[in-house]
Write a new protein. Structure first.
Length: 142
């Protein structure tokens, strides 16, 4: 399509995206260009880079007993948060030596919820945007 001329409007990009989809995929629920525009927004705003920077630094600023709660709206964000929280709450064991209770380094953080919290049906009906939201929390030990 670009060989015919520049794609100058969002409507033109939507047409290109719709033509790239097979007819069966177009009949599915949701707008076919939704993920494309989401990916463009994430890339242009450097959203994942900003989140990674925040996750690398927040633990230095959280006081003992302090809590951090993050709501994510897509799987790329959620995976970053989940992996960070897992790393911070995992007991560290030096596997090269005999594992005695004294050899286990207790984590500085604990998860506030074992399973991710998602919106229930009532919340989704009241606020359809909450359908993709996932909430995770962590607390710095005293």
């Amino acid at each position: 399509k670009r060989s015919e001329g520049a794609i100058e409007t969002t409507f033109a990009l939507v047409d290109v995206i719709k033509k790239a989809y097979p007819p069966k995929a177009l009949s599915k629920k949701g707008h076919p260009a939704k993920q494309t525009f989401q990916a463009l927004r994430i890339a242009v705003n450097h959203e994942l880079d900003s989140l990674e920077t925040f996750l690398a630094k927040f633990e230095d600023y959280l006081k003992p007993g302090g809590r951090l709660v993050i709501i994510t709206f897509h799987s790329l964000e959620d995976r970053l948060v989940k992996k960070c929280f897992q790393r911070l709450t995992k007991e560290e064991v030096d596997k090269r030596i005999y594992i005695a209770p004294a050899d286990i380094k207790k984590p500085e953080f604990k998860l506030l919820n074992r399973k991710v919290i998602i919106a229930d049906d009532d919340e989704i009906n009241a606020n359809p945007r909450s359908k993709s939201a996932k909430l995770r929390g962590i607390e710095k030990e005293l």
